[in-house]
Structure formats: C-alpha cells, structure tokens
Design a protein around this ligand. Structure first.
Ligand SMILES: [Fe+2]
Length: 389
C-alpha cells in the first residue's frame, strides 16, 4: 500500500508545481457601448480566451457561452500577457464573464503544440465577474482621477478604495517613476488597481512623462492598449467626449536625461494633426461635455514641453468648445483660469496627494478633491458645460 501511495503523492506534487496560474488581473479597459478589453497575465505562456454571458439569471453553465480570443493575425496568440477584446455587445447592459488560459508547454518546429493545464477565474465558489457597457444617451457620469502615484501603492489604495461608486478609474500619468519590467508595473500600481476594480470597473490610462522612461517604456501600449494604437486617444463615455493627450517629456529632446532617445517635438506635431481630425468629428461635436486629459498642464511653466504644446495646441482646442482640461505632474493642486494662458478653457491640476471625484450632471461638471483618508481637501470646483450656457 505504501509503495502505491508514494508515487501518487509525487505525481500530485509535480503537477501542482507546474500548473499554470493567473498572476495579475484581470482588469477592464477601453469599455464602450459595444465592446471592452480584458487584460491579465499568467505565470507561463498560454492561449487565452474570455467567455461572456448575459446577466439574465441563468447559470453560467446553462449553455455554451460565446468565446473571444486574441487572434489579430488569424491565429490565437501564445503569451503570458493576455488582451482579449469582447465585442458585439449591447449598450447599457450588464454582462458576466470568465477568463481562461490554457498553458502552452511546447511549440514544436512543425507548429504542433503541447498543452498543459488550464487556469481560469472562479465561477464555482464566487460570483462571475461582471461589467456594464457604456450608454452614451445617459446624462450623468462619475469617474475618479489619480495621478503622480510614483509606485506609492499604499496611498493609491487609499485614494481609490471607493472606486466601486464610480463609472471608471482614470490614471493621469506618472503612476511609476520609470518602466523597468512587467513585475514593477503590477507591484507598483496595477495589482492595487486590480484589487480595487476587480476586473469590473474600467480603467483608462494617460501616459505621463515618467512612463516614457526606462527599459520597459516601449511596452506601455501592451499593458494599456488604446483605440488609436498610440498613447493619445479619444472616446465617448456617457455624455462626455474624452481626449487623452500625451505631452511627452518636459525638457528639450536633446536633454542629457533622455540619452539621445527623445523625439517628442515631432511626436507632438503628429499628435496635433490627429487632434485636428478629432475635433472635426461628428462624435466629438455632438457630445454635451468635452474634456481634455493631459498629464503635463499644457500652459504651466516655462519648460520646453509646455512651450511646444502652447505653440501647437491652443488654436485647435480653443475653437473646439473644450470645457475643462484635467492635469497632474506638478505634485500640487493648481487652478488655472481659462484665458489666463493661451488656452480659453480652465485647467485643473490635481495634486499627487488627492483623488478627484468628477461628477457630470445634465448641466454641471463638479470636481471634488479627496485626501487618502477620505476627507475633502478643498472646496469643490463647479463648471457649466459650454453646451448648457
Ligand atoms: Fe510628471
């Protein structure tokens, strides 16, 4: 009997040690009326998919659920970072979902694949994950903004502990001081974000100047994919049209700190051309509220980055009816009145020690500034959207 038990134990130990597991996430991003992206990592290479079920009271196993894979070139991707787009969804509807990763143990030269175990989110002992698609006909929206966390994940955890009361989390840059590897992205801030949002509250990321630094900075879009395939992008969510701009770095491209790698003057020019097209679009023009999100305040200071932005962007944005610009970067709160700079609209700069609760109503844009212990740091700022004036 003993001779029989020992091998069984060893087999179990070997299988346990080699079993694939979900390492980070999932998190939800690029949520719109009809689609969303779900991102997670595994501790070994895998082919992954998402199963989606409507939130209609049926058991998740009532029938075969629709599967979504990441297969941009027609073949399912093998990797340890998984980004799955689910589409064909209905607006304003709640969906349940489950994530799966089937381990790829070996890919043979002839293309045959040896698969291992499959890891998945739990629907036996836990409720399936849920998210609700956007509905752009609604009049109200609330979202939470944090910035300049610089990997202080404890402060971040306190600032976002009530995130479930909001439609999404907006990370406005410099969440890290530089980008070194995947591990640092998650331990520095994304594990904290995933714990708070639980793959159910969407997250949107604006690149800060510090995310342009470090050996892993070229991987930024792998973890924070956007509709444009660039760090600058735009989308409608509820009554708001959001434009996320990327100011690049703040010093001249030739600065010694950038080690002959910066080419941000050209980048900002290309971005300006893209922006001209955005503000001419019908989707932008028809939105009741128009916000610009940009890590570096576009008209603050006399450093080269801001000077270049002031040269290229005011003419485009001033004629577009933008209501408010929301920034960070300075590590202090600052309110820059519209018209006091080359920009006609106000620029609210959030401190690194506060979160901004933004509430959009039928005829108001209200910003409340909240400390890590949940207190109001200062008086609210309230604006009337240009469309309601
Ligand atoms: Fe910054």
């Amino acid at each position: 009997m003993a001779r029989f038990l020992i091998p069984i134990f060893l087999i179990f130990a070997i299988n346990s040690a080699s079993a694939i597991s979900i390492k980070n996430g999932p998190y939800l991003t690029n949520l719109g009326e009809n689609s969303a992206q779900i991102v997670w990592t595994t501790d070994s290479p895998a082919v992954s998919w998402v199963e989606i079920a409507p939130d209609d009271g049926s058991h998740f196993y009532a029938c075969e659920r629709k599967k979504y894979f990441d297969s941009p070139l027609g073949k399912k991707q093998i990797g340890s970072l998984h980004r799955i787009t689910v589409d064909g969804l209905e607006k304003g509807r709640t969906y349940r979902y489950r994530i799966f990763s089937k381990e790829v143990v070996k890919v043979l030269p002839n293309g045959n694949v040896h698969y291992g175990d499959t890891a998945s989110s739990d629907v036996y002992r836990k409720e399936p994950l849920r998210f609700k698609t956007a509905d752009n006909s609604i009049k109200e929206l609330s979202f939470l903004v944090v910035n300049d966390i610089h990997a202080d994940y404890k402060r971040l955890g306190n600032l976002i502990k009530n995130i479930k009361n909001f439609d999404f989390l907006l990370m406005n840059g410099d969440m890290l001081s530089d980008m070194r590897n995947q591990e640092q992205i998650f331990t520095g801030f994304m594990d904290t974000v995933c714990a708070a949002t639980n793959g159910e509250i969407p997250v949107f990321m604006a690149r800060g100047n510090h995310e342009t630094r470090g050996p892993f900075s070229e991987e930024f879009l792998a973890y924070f994919p956007t509709p444009t395939g660039k760090p600058y992008y735009s989308f409608r969510f509820g009554p708001v049209y959001f434009i996320f701009l990327d100011g690049g770095e703040d010093k001249p491209d030739s600065d010694i700190e950038y080690t002959d790698l910066a080419d941000f003057d050209k980048y900002r020019s290309v971005q300006a051309d893209w922006l001209k097209g955005v503000v001419e679009s019908q989707e932008f023009k028809s939105a009741p509220v128009k916000l610009v999100i940009t890590h570096i305040p576009p008209a603050e200071g006399s450093w080269h980055g801001a000077i270049d932005v002031m040269r290229k962007y005011p003419e485009i944005l001033n004629n577009a009816g933008i209501d408010v610009i929301i920034s960070g970067h300075l590590h202090r709160h600052l309110y820059i009145e519209g018209g006091k700079t080359p920009f006609k609209m106000p620029n609210v700069v959030n401190s690194n020690m506060e979160a901004v609760e933004v509430h959009i109503g039928a005829d108001s844009i209200k910003l409340s500034f909240i400390t890590p212990d949940g207190k109001k740091a200062r008086n609210d700022l309230v604006f009337t959207p240009n469309s309601a004036k």
